[in-house]
Design a protein around this ligand. Structure first.
Ligand SMILES: [Zn+2]
Length: 348
């Protein structure tokens, strides 16, 4: 570091005390920009959370965005889930699917996993078509003794087997961005996001590491070869596509979505493009953001154009201080990613 010319320059002449939040540089680049209003193929958004959106408001947004079908991963439990299911009843099944969340609280109360598998069975009878396992598994959910539930805890095996028996896919969101497992300090590449949401940090001895979570996730997928798994957010490995590729190679029953990870993928466009071409049959389109035409258009620009250095679709607090580059994927690959992979992997 001592001989780094940038560090020397900053140290000698250019040091300024500008609050990071006030630093809002406007790129002076003049490069081609393509606004893609509709996707190359009618899209299936395989990862959305719609509990807060009235259905009547949803369809015009999807129609304006070229999204033909959507998967609502409900985060509701108990009576709230009853209500969500009731509200979703008028949704046309050819456009809308409901996934339900695994709720681990019976285990914290000392009940067996049977309570969770029974609940899943009941929800599937009510119309649910997928199970979501969220990052609370491995990071915060505890058993009756107060011990963290491990992702690959053998006691949970009957739940995954039940999903296989019911012929529904299991979406896993295990872990989180790698930066969330690092200290919240000036070296953290998602400092501003973590400063806004310190509760998103999983740094510290009370948490497993990012690598431990990914390894445990892979053991679960390998343990249930007849269950179809969907790894949300590039299987948790968007910062390390070699790791994601190794997961796909070792687990033929796994497909990935890249919801909420355009930021990660779009800053490594050559590596990401090669990954998308190599695993074109195993990648599903999903947004994980509040549906809006502007949000979807950023995803389309990312997938379809070779535009350079543009904003990524994100939530309000942003992800990191960088911009992205388009992948310029060929039309046949876009068809798989926008829709046919979802048809295959969701059985839709
Ligand atoms: Zn999500």
């Amino acid at each position: 570091m001592a001989n780094d010319p940038f560090v020397e320059m900053v140290g000698k002449t250019a040091r300024v005390d500008l609050p990071l939040s006030d630093f809002q540089p406007v790129p002076q680049l003049r490069v081609a920009a393509h606004e893609i209003e509709r996707p190359a193929w009618p899209a299936i958004d395989a990862h959305a959370h719609l509990d807060s959106i009235p259905l009547a408001e949803l369809w015009p947004i999807l129609d304006a965005s070229g999204v033909e079908r959507i998967v609502n991963i409900s985060l509701a439990k108990g009576a709230e889930l009853d209500e969500a299911i009731r509200r979703a009843r008028p949704a046309p099944p050819e456009r809308y699917r409901l996934f339900v969340l695994a709720d681990w609280t019976p285990l914290a109360r000392g009940e067996s996993v049977r309570a969770i598998t029974d609940e899943l069975e009941r929800r599937v009878e009510q119309g649910a078509r997928g199970l979501k396992v969220w990052k609370d598994l491995g990071l915060t959910a505890r058993d009756a003794r107060g011990a963290l539930l491990r992702v690959d805890d053998e006691r949970l095996a009957p739940l995954f087997e039940k999903a296989g028996e019911l012929q529904i896919p299991v979406m896993l969101h295990i872990g989180d961005p790698a930066a969330f497992f690092q200290p919240i300090d000036p070296r953290n590449e998602r400092y501003e996001e973590l400063a806004a949401h310190p509760e998103w940090s999983f740094y510290g001895p009370e948490f497993p590491t990012w690598e431990e979570l990914l390894d445990a996730q892979e053991r679960v997928i390998a343990r249930h070869p007849r269950v179809r798994f969907l790894g949300a957010h590039v299987g948790g490995a968007a910062e390390d596509l070699a790791r994601a590729a190794a997961m796909l190679e070792r687990c033929p029953n796994l497909a990935l979505d890249f919801s909420a990870r355009a930021a990660e993928l779009g800053r490594q466009p050559r590596t990401a493009r090669a990954f998308f071409l190599r695993y074109a049959d195993r990648i599903l389109f999903g947004s994980d953001l509040l549906p809006s035409p502007a949000m979807y258009r950023l995803y389309y620009r990312f997938l379809e154009t070779e535009d350079e250095y543009f904003p990524y679709p994100t939530h309000e607090s942003g992800q990191g201080r960088w911009r992205i580059y388009g992948l310029g994927l060929p039309k046949d690959v876009l068809k798989k990613i926008y829709r046919t992979n979802a048809e295959t992997w969701l059985g839709w």
